[in-house]
Design a protein around this ligand. Structure first.
Ligand code: AMP
Ligand code: MG
Length: 342
């Protein structure tokens, strides 16, 4: 009798295990507009929908905090009070410190104080246009990250300056959300914030997330594919935001030295790195630096991998991506970049 009960229990247990194996994990997906871009998120596991609802709320509040155009954001407060110290949240300080480090390392190719130029060009408004050379010259006087002072939780710009976190905030948001989702027990998710993709864990079946690299010369097509887990892949490209005037294209990534859209010869830069915030800052920085200095940056500092696409049709892939990136099509000639030089 005892043996019989045991057998029945064992069979019930087996059934439970089998049904647990065959049951698909809960899947949730959402798409919102925040931080000036379309954001899509997909998560798997128990509580996935509630976790994404919280992620969406968090994105709206980060947008309110970090926007350079919303009147009440902390960034607007810093800009309106140029000349005086303003106390801000930890979140702003962390981004500014990360931004300043990339600014120093890139010799100012990355500079959050480009906002006077962004406003002049009218990026993010209904009416972007090419400003006159005199006004660009005048605005350049106020672009200099070395004049940003941070003291504890306060920030001071020198008079006339203004900042934007446009090149780093989406990466920061992706990093924060990935930590929040993990703390809620979500171990499989993928977030896409404009050109910023953050992979959390792997796909529910254990395989890696597949992330497409947009073809900068044909943005409807793909130029390659990454296979990633627990990693961010962030792309900066001139094709992402631009306007046309007198038959010429002007894009939104500015060279803080000249005041004009960066013409470094790179048309797309993708950074693959665990930390989404660093990846975001670096994609912009290396785009402005151009091929030679971007490779030098990678060799000097490391901690990330990159795919650089040049105007003249080359695709430079750092050697750490050999196993996790493959090219699609033949629009570009692929060259691996080695740590030790060419
Ligand atoms: P991303 O798309 O991440 O490369 O960031 C581009 C955005 O960052 C622009 O829309 C500007 O708001 C801002 N930006 C443009 N040029 C620079 C620069 N050289 N350094 C820092 N931020 C920049
Ligand atoms: Mg960026």
């Amino acid at each position: 009798m005892k043996r019989c009960v045991f057998l029945v229990q064992a069979a019930a247990l087996l059934l439970l295990v089998l049904s647990a194996c065959s049951a698909k994990p809960e899947k949730a997906g959402t798409s919102i507009f925040a931080m000036d871009t379309i954001i899509t998120m997909e998560a798997y596991g128990e509580g996935a929908q509630e976790a994404l609802d919280e992620a969406a709320r968090r994105l709206y509040s980060l947008d309110d905090l970090l926007s350079a155009t919303k009147e009440d954001s902390e960034i607007s407060k810093i800009n309106k009070s140029a000349g005086s110290f303003v106390t801000v949240s930890d979140e702003v300080i962390r981004q500014l410190e990360a931004a300043l480090e990339v600014s120093r390392r890139s010799g100012g190719a990355f500079d959050v104080s480009v906002q006077p130029l962004v406003s002049l060009w009218g990026f993010g408004t209904e009416n972007p246009h090419v400003p006159g050379p005199e006004v660009i010259e005048e605005a350049l006087r106020y672009v200099d990250y070395r004049k940003i002072e941070i003291s504890g939780s306060s920030v001071r710009l020198s008079e006339g300056m203004s900042i934007t976190l446009g090149a780093i905030a989406k990466g920061y948001a992706a990093k924060e959300l990935s930590e929040m989702l993990k703390s809620r027990g979500i171990s499989s998710a993928i977030l896409s914030l404009g050109g910023n993709v953050q992979a959390i864990g792997s796909k529910p079946d254990g395989s890696k997330w597949r992330v497409a690299l947009q073809d900068p010369k044909n943005p409807a097509g793909t130029a390659g594919l990454f296979e990633l887990s627990d990693m961010a892949a962030v792309t900066s490209g001139g094709y992402e935001r631009y306007f046309e005037q007198d038959g010429k294209i002007y894009h939104h990534i500015l060279d803080p030295k000249t005041g004009y859209p960066s013409g470094s010869g790179l048309i797309s830069v993708t950074i693959v790195c665990r930390d989404g915030m660093t990846a975001d800052a670096l994609s912009t920085a290396l785009f402005v630096l151009g091929e030679d200095k971007a490779v030098e940056y990678w060799r000097d500092y490391g901690g990330f991998e990159a795919v650089l696409i040049t105007e003249d049709g080359r695709m430079l892939v750092t050697e750490g991506l050999r196993d996790s990136f493959r090219q699609n099509g033949e629009n570009y000639s692929l060259v691996y970049v080695q740590k030790g030089g060419d």
